[in-house]
Design a protein around this ligand. Structure first.
Ligand code: GRG
Length: 438
């Protein structure tokens, strides 16, 4: 195992982050990196809404188990992080964002907390809010229909979930706002999901994707020009919401996400000649395309809560680490999940010409992948051969190992915050990202 410093640009500042690199039989690649500067549904009746309200409003930051309220709130304590991860992969509507749970378990202080269960009301509220924002900002019926199409509660809602958890965890940590979520913090959670969704809409047009989340994609249903404009519309409404925050520093942080996303997507269209350059390019692309959104939206919510720079950096780095882990796992499951589980075609990346971490690691053992990468798997049989070589190599294990390293760093950061249900759920969320299958 090698430990390297990777410097990454974000928000115009240099961010130094520790990249602990998995070198399972990949010492060469690791050495090169050294040169880089870079739910079964819980029965609804189990938790009395009033008791839960009391628990979260008056004891929102408390993790103690010595009250009747917290005992009643026991279903928030899930059996294990991986079972949460498995249960959430089942298709769910927003009303069923519960971890599956066989019944009430005794509360254990160190047991994981299910973020979906914990934030059920918050998430319902923000989905209703996003749909409302998109609906009231246009009287064009078709624009309303297309722009709200992906706000159907079928996404994993990771970004708003993380933003709300971090906001509430830091409010508890600082002992401010009674541990409650501020309206501006709720807005940022919505903005993050809206930016994410606008990028999915555009991505589906660019990739001419037929499916998204197990249903026809927007461009499969409507004219591509209209779908593109609907993506722009989602972004324009999100921009208005940013402006309404009336906070120039937060505006700058959130605007950076857009610059990063567009650059990340653009970088994905290019490739590099050498293995060193390719991995550096891949990591920077991954930060920009995926991790910048989680890093900067988590930073924005804590800034709005009144956090100082050091806590803002904890939030940013937690978001950056879970974002990088998320994308690595995304790239991994493209090789191991079925089309049915994913709700979109599997082996999509190779077919789209993309060399992701599993392939880049597999190159160590199978250099014949190099010319395939350079021609973006365009020759007949390239995707199938590359898929086979990746499975024969250690590329999948190395990718998971690297994702786990980021996950461990995120967990360390979450554990640097004062204990609260939200802080604990940040730890669970990082684990869910690692254990997910879709
Ligand atoms: C319009 C802001 C904007 C950008 C244009 C097209 C583009 C530039 C960027 C695309 C960026 C993109 C699609 C990143 C994908 C990141 C990613 C891993 C998406 C999958 O996220 P999940 O699995 O999706 O959280 P769900 O369906 O759960 O919401």
């Amino acid at each position: 195992m090698c430990v390297r410093l990777l410097q990454n640009g974000a928000g115009g500042q240099a961010i130094i982050a520790v990249l602990t690199m998995a070198c399972l039989g990949s010492a060469r690649l690791c050495a090169r990196l050294g040169h880089i500067s870079a739910r079964r549904k819980t029965p609804a009746a189990v938790v009395d809404p009033l008791v839960r309200a009391a628990f979260f409003k008056t004891q929102a930051c408390s993790s103690s188990s010595n009250s009747s309220a917290s005992a009643t709130a026991a279903p928030l304590v899930a059996p294990s992080a991986s079972s949460i991860a498995q249960s959430y992969t089942a298709k769910r509507a927003l009303g069923t964002m519960h971890t599956q749970h066989p019944g009430s378990l005794p509360r254990e202080d160190h047991a994981p907390v299910d973020p979906y269960r914990l934030l059920e009301d918050d998430l319902k509220e923000i989905y209703a809010g996003m749909r409302q924002e998109l609906t009231i900002n246009t009287n064009q019926k078709l624009l309303q229909t297309i722009s709200t199409y992906y706000f159907d509660g079928q996404g994993k809602a990771f970004r708003p979930m993380l933003a709300i958890l971090m906001a509430r965890a830091v409010n508890c940590h600082l002992d401010v706002h009674n541990g409650k979520l501020l309206p501006s913090q709720r807005s940022v959670a919505m903005i993050a999901e809206m930016i994410h969704t606008a990028s999915l809409v555009h991505d589906d047009v660019i990739d001419q994707a037929d499916m998204r989340r197990g249903k026809p994609s927007a461009p499969a249903l409507w004219d591509h020009k209209k779908v593109t404009i609907a993506g722009d519309f989602i972004l324009s409404v999100a921009s208005q919401m940013i402006a309404r925050l009336r906070n120039p520093d937060v505006t700058q942080v959130l605007s950076m996400v857009l610059t990063d996303l567009v650059q990340g997507e653009f970088m994905q269209l290019g490739s590099k000649e050498t293995e060193n350059e390719r991995f550096a390019h891949y990591l920077t692309k991954t930060y920009r395309k995926t991790a910048s959104l989680t890093a900067n939206s988590l930073k924005a919510v804590v800034m709005l809560g009144g956090a100082d720079e050091s806590i803002a950096d904890v939030a940013f780095q937690y978001g950056r680490n879970v974002g990088l882990a998320f994308q690595l796992v995304d790239d991994l499951i493209d090789f191991i999940s079925s089309t049915e589980t994913l709700g979109k075609p599997a082996m999509n990346d190779l077919k789209a010409g993309l060399a992701t971490a599993p392939v880049l690691f597999a190159c160590e053992k199978y250099p014949e992948l190099n010319p395939m990468i350079m021609r973006r798997f365009e020759e007949p049989g390239d995707p199938e051969r590359a898929f086979e070589l990746v499975h024969k190599s250690n590329g999948l294990e190395q990718t998971r190992f690297l994702a786990r390293k980021y996950n461990m760093e995120a967990t360390r950061l979450a554990n640097s915050l004062a204990e609260s249900p939200f802080q604990k759920a940040l730890v669970t969320a990082a684990d869910m990202i690692i254990n997910r299958m879709k």
